[in-house]
Design a protein around this ligand. Structure first.
Ligand code: CAA
Length: 389
């Protein structure tokens, strides 16, 4: 029989700094209730000047390699929508920083916030061909919108690394998947811009349309009934969006649109996203971390995943929580990372946001800020130079 394949271990990393929404509200005159209740966000992680998707991705993945070694990791998939290079995969830098075997393939995947789920599915396909190999899937993003734009309150910076293998300790991923693609311009970032462009209301509508689309395909492919699921992990650009999406799914499937039921189902998945902000590709797996590290006992229970990436592509899939999963969690390290962030005041946040990396190809040292394990130390001849702290 085919062995169970899925997530064996999960580790997260966050940007070094944190900006409370109360600070943003005091600056721009917004009632803080709009942030705390209206979009469901308390604070956002902000990357230090010497952090980027590579340092965050490597910081997330390092504990997995420390625990499980790197033997048989033959593929590294790096998912991001805040790429640092048009040609070279950010994963190659991580491969180097972590000393992974040269007998491996490394690739970067992009489709807005969805790409890590594509990476997970590709990993499962590879492991089905050869159950002895393991795949490292890294989701890493620094979310940036223009200052004083509506999207500003939904920024964030974080990475999640997943070790995918046969006979996993956390989560066995099931067939089938429900998939959906529609060409919409709800959110995009042209190559010449460092901040994303977004049509906020259009993006919410596009997300809800994608929920319908991939659920419809999931049921047509013979998926589980909605009632089977013990919990749901949604992509959370802001945590209120997960409530909106779940309420929409309940409504679409003919269930009463019950606010309390939608809130109760989603509340267990928002602990990290509410204080980290939008981490794009990592967001739905931060929802998973919050769920597994919470109080509910999920031994043997099915969880539904809704992964959405603007533009747009979405996928609904189910996974069963492996009995005994609690022994494989990294709850303490994750909470320490989030609690250990350094708070920014508004001027310091604004200075970080407006700082631009030099593009002249000269030799530029970057002052040390982060206390994370890896840092971007210099730019030299248009090359990024990383170091292990
Ligand atoms: N107290 C409590 N609630 C309040 C309030 C107050 N004082 N003031 C306003 N609110 C509520 C509003 O009623 C509204 O709630 P509902 O959505 O339930 O009606 C909520 O706060 C937000 O208010 P607005 O819609 O007026 O907010 P806005 O237009 O200024 O910005 C946003 C909201 C469009 C989401 C904006 O933050 C944005 O553009 N974000 C980036 C795009 C995004 O995240 N889109 C999500 C879907 S796309 C996706 O998922 C991919 C991705 O990652 C980008």
């Amino acid at each position: 029989p085919t062995p169970a394949i899925g997530i064996h271990d999960l580790s997260l990393a966050t940007g070094h700094f944190v900006l409370p929404h109360a600070t943003l509200a005091a600056h721009n005159g917004t009632d803080v209730g709009k942030y705390h209740i209206g979009i469901g966000q308390r604070s956002m992680s902000v990357a230090a000047a010497d952090e980027d998707i590579v340092t965050l991705g490597a910081a997330a993945a390092a504990p997995l390699i420390a625990t499980h070694g790197s033997d048989n990791i033959r593929t590294v998939v790096f998912a991001t929508e805040s790429s640092i290079d048009q040609a070279k995969s950010a994963g190659v830098y991580v491969h180097s920083l972590l000393g992974l075997p040269s007998a491996s393939r490394v690739v970067e995947l992009k489709q807005a916030c969805y790409a890590a789920t594509a990476g997970l599915q590709f990993a499962i396909g590879l492991i089905r061909r050869d159950p002895t190999q393991r795949v490292l899937v890294i989701a890493s993003d620094v979310s940036r919108y223009d200052l004083d734009s509506p999207g500003e309150a939904t920024q964030g910076a974080a990475a999640v690394a997943l070790l995918v293998s046969a006979d996993p300790a956390l989560l066995a991923v099931e067939d089938p998947s429900g998939v959906f693609t529609a060409d919409v311009m709800d959110f995009w970032r042209p190559n010449y811009r460092t901040a994303a462009l977004v049509d906020g209301q259009e993006s919410i509508t596009a997300y809800l349309q994608a929920v319908e689309g991939c659920w419809k395909d999931y049921t047509e492919q013979g998926g589980r009934d909605l009632e089977d699921f013990a919990a749901f992990c949604y992509h959370q650009p802001f945590t209120k969006m997960a409530y909106k999406a779940h309420r929409h799914l309940l409504n679409y499937t003919g269930h009463a649109t019950d606010e309390d039921r939608a809130y109760a189902a989603i509340a267990r998945t928002t602990a990290y996203n509410a204080v980290i902000g939008n981490s794009y590709t990592a967001s739905v797996y931060l929802a998973l971390a919050a769920l597994l590290e919470g109080e509910q006992d999920l031994d043997g229970r099915p969880v539904g995943f809704l992964s959405y990436g603007s533009g747009s592509v979405a996928e609904f899939f189910a996974a069963t929580v492996v009995p005994g999963y609690r022994d494989a969690l990294r709850t303490q390290a994750h909470r320490a990372a989030v609690d250990g962030r350094t708070e920014l005041d508004y001027p310091a946040y604004r200075a970080l946001h407006t700082a631009v990396l030099p593009t002249d190809g000269g030799d530029h040292r970057i002052a040390a800020q982060t206390t994370g394990p890896f840092r971007l130390a210099a730019l030299r001849g248009h090359k990024r130079i990383y170091e292990t702290r």
